[in-house]
Structures are given as C-alpha cells and as structure tokens.
Write a protein that binds this ligand. Structure first.
Ligand code: SF4
Length: 374
C-alpha cells in the first residue's frame, strides 16, 4: 500500500515538473542543461507520454500545423575517404553500396520535378567525400545549384562535407544555395567514436564559414550509435549554440559491414522521448526526422509529430529505402498537418522570448536544481 502511494506521488511530481517546463517553453522561455537532462532521463511510459503531449503543444505554438518536407539526391556516391562508423559509403568498409561520380544535371532536375509534385520544399545535393575545395568540382557543384535555383521548383540545398575556406562558402551562396546540411553527428565527447578521419572542430569550423556567408544551417545528428542520454542532451545544446535552423534527427539503421552493424535498436519510446526533448530545447527550430525512421519506428512513425517534429525527410535516403512519399503525405493529411511550408526565409525562428542563461528565464525547477546542488 505504502509503495503504491509513493509511486503515485512520484508520478504526480513528474507530471507537475514536466508541465512547469512545458509552460515555460510555451511562454518563450528556455530550459537549462540540468532540466533538459532530467527530461532525457524520464523512464516511465506515462511520463514520456506526458512529455510528448507538451512537445506537441510547443510544436503547435511555434510551427502551427506546417510540416517542412525535404528530399535528397545522392550527387556523388560511395568511395568516401572518411571512416564514419555508421556510413555505408565509407571506403573503409565493405558494404556493397553503389559508387559513382558527380551527377549530370538531368537527375537533379528530375528530383526537383518530383519534389515539387509532392509539396517538398527542398532538394539537397549530397556528396560522399571529405569536403569541397576551390577548383573544377566546386564549379560543377555551383552549376547544379544554379540550375536548381533557376528551375524555381524547390529550394536548393546541399550537403557537401567539410569546407576549409570562406571563399568556398561564399561561392555556394553566390550560386544560390540557401541551406547547407552538416551534422555534428553526436556530442563532442562521443564524436571520436563515430569518426577519426576528421574532428568535431572541423565540423564547427565549416558551419562558421557557412554562417558567415549567410547560408542557413541544417545540422543534427544520429541517435542509437551507443551514445548516452547525456551525449544526446549535449548535442541538442551544441545545436542551439551554433544556431542550427533545421535539426535532422537520424536514428541509426545499422548497415552490415560497418562498425555499428550490430548496434541494438533504440526502443521506440526512447526515440520519441529524444525528439520531444529536442523540441523542448529547440522550440523554434525545424526538427526533422530523417534516416532510420521507417525501420526504427515502424507503426509509430506518425507519433513523431506528437513528439514535436516539424519536418520530414521524404523519398529514399542515400543508401537505404524510405516508405513511399504518397504514404507520408497521407499520414500528414490524416493528422491534419500541412506540408506546404511557406516560410522559405526561416523568419519564424526569430527570438522573441527570453534568452538562454538569463536570470529572467529561470524556472521554478532550475531554482530547485540549484538549491539541491548547493
Ligand atoms: S558520412 Fe559522409 S563523410 Fe562520413 S563516410 Fe559517409 S559520406 Fe563520407
């Protein structure tokens, strides 16, 4: 009897704490690192479902019912010089993934047509290589971006690896690039376990050049690689610090032949909780569910929106299949969500509330966390 009473009172306490944090974010506030970690550490399914419903409210408040759809074209496949442990395209691993050089205009323009037909906002050119330098390849990349832009059917995006010079980012901007995908992958602490041929700082440096060029940043990571909840929380705060505009959350789809091939899948509730925590930490950003959605979430895919996701990668991924885009569009329609994202300027991400770290932003919880640790 006593233990049941205790359980009820713990549940009620958690519900109240989640709602305090939810109200705070809805009011334009920001949660602290400790508060976010507390959310990541929730275990009871009743608490996680409470968290999702608050994340859903936050998404509704800042994003309405608009869902931003993106698709990608594998513009140069396989034989990559890098050793990212999750990637089928690394030359370090035998995965049987296709290999080809940089694409001609036709497949890119066909992808733009297809995207336009399906209400997809952006098409991203993705290349499997370490990065982009000045030279003939940059010229060719800029040609593809210009063609996409001139077609006027989708927003031209790209994900072309590490950039080491401001001039490269400036050329991409000049060609009409609006948004560049460059994931941090995980926390700074866990990053060396995902890749040793380049560093976390290489990635931050690239993002710095892109931001200086006036290009929007699409940056997120992959969960399920063996990282801890602390790593996921740190990643979300890094993404907040760099001012990512779109935050892709990928869920590891273990590829045979890669070092992560035997990683156990994350439980569905853990994935949904992670998305919800990202929404609490990044209330105004586009949180996009990308690779690994179908295989990891199966019938629970539609719950990503209740967990706070506001964007979706549709069509096939780089080396794995997704469910047909028609099925995704039907899922959105069934949920009353609208894929016609009309804010190509990202102006809905302007801050109007208090800033992270300011005293005025303290919640009752952060005061109690401080009191507990004093
Ligand atoms: S993730 Fe990108 S950089 Fe890393 S191996 Fe794959 S293609 Fe290369």
């Amino acid at each position: 009897m006593l233990s049941t009473m205790t359980a009820i009172s713990v549940d009620a306490g958690n519900r109240q704490k989640i709602s305090i944090l939810g109200e705070h974010v809805l009011g334009g506030g920001h949660i602290s690192r400790d508060e976010a970690q507390w959310l990541f550490d929730l275990e009871l399914s009743a608490d996680i479902l409470d968290l999702l419903s608050w994340a859903n409210r936050i998404r509704e408040q800042f994003k309405g019912n608009k869902i931003h759809l993106c698709s990608i074209v594998n513009a140069k496949a396989g034989a990559c010089s890098e050793n990212c442990s999750f990637c089928a395209q690394s030359s370090f691993y035998q995965t049987g993934s296709p290999k080809y050089g940089f694409v001609d205009p036709e497949p890119v323009l066909e992808a733009a047509d297809e995207a336009n037909k399906n209400s997809v906002t952006a098409v991203g050119l993705v290349a499997a290589w370490k990065g982009l330098n000045e030279g003939p390849m940059l010229d060719e990349v800029c040609d593809r971006i210009r063609e996409l832009k001139a077609g006027g059917k989708t927003r031209p995006d790209a994900s072309l690896g590490i950039i080491k010079k401001q001039a490269v980012a400036d050329r991409l901007k000049e060609a009409g690039l609006e948004c560049y995908g460059h994931n941090l992958e995980s926390s700074r602490r866990f990053f060396p376990q995902t890749c040793t041929t380049h560093t976390f700082d290489d990635r931050l440096e690239t993002i710095g050049y892109l931001k200086k060029a006036g290009i929007k940043i699409c940056s997120g990571g992959i969960i399920g690689m063996g990282e801890t909840r602390e790593d996921r929380c740190d990643l979300a705060f890094e993404l907040k610090a760099i001012g990512a505009n779109v935050v892709p959350v990928n869920i590891l789809n273990p590829i045979p032949g890669t070092p992560f091939e035997k990683n156990p899948p994350l439980p569905v509730l853990e994935i949904l909780k992670t998305i919800a925590c990202f929404r609490f930490i990044l209330p105004r950003q586009e949180i996009m569910i990308a690779g690994g959605r179908t295989v990891n979430l199966r019938d629970a895919q539609s719950m990503i929106f209740m967990a706070g996701a506001s964007a979706l990668m549709v069509g096939n991924y780089l080396t794995t299949l997704n469910q047909p885009v028609e099925k995704d569009l039907q899922m959105l329609k069934d949920l009353g969500l609208d894929p016609s994202w009309d804010n190509h300027g990202f102006s809905d991400q302007e801050e109007t509330g208090c800033n992270y770290g300011k005293e005025s932003c303290e919640t009752e919880m952060s005061k109690s966390f401080a009191a507990e640790s004093a």
